[in-house]
Design a protein. Structure first.
Length: 86
């Protein structure tokens, strides 16, 4: 999957969590850039991403992601399936 494909799925996940369909994440987006993206929503977002892409992140990874781009790269490195889960 391309970065843009993963970003689109991550944007959908976060949009569903925050009730905002207009969310469009970029590689440089941080939690501080998105109103309402608090620590509780972040954990739910990570769980959603793990489920969607069939990957598992270590706690140290989750705590160290500086931006969405780091999450995208970690998903790519873990070898996501060619198509995200429905």
């Amino acid at each position: 999957m391309t970065e843009q494909d993963i970003l689109a799925v991550l944007s959908r996940i976060l949009g569903e969590l925050l009730g905002d369909d207009a969310i469009a994440l970029a590689m440089t987006t941080t939690r501080e850039d998105v109103p309402g993206w608090d620590s509780f929503a972040y954990i739910n977002f990570i769980v959603g991403a793990e489920t969607e892409f069939g990957v598992k992140f270590k706690v140290a990874e989750v705590e160290s992601f500086p931006d969405v781009g780091a999450i995208v790269r970690a998903i790519q490195a873990k070898g996501p399936p060619l198509h995200p889960a429905p």
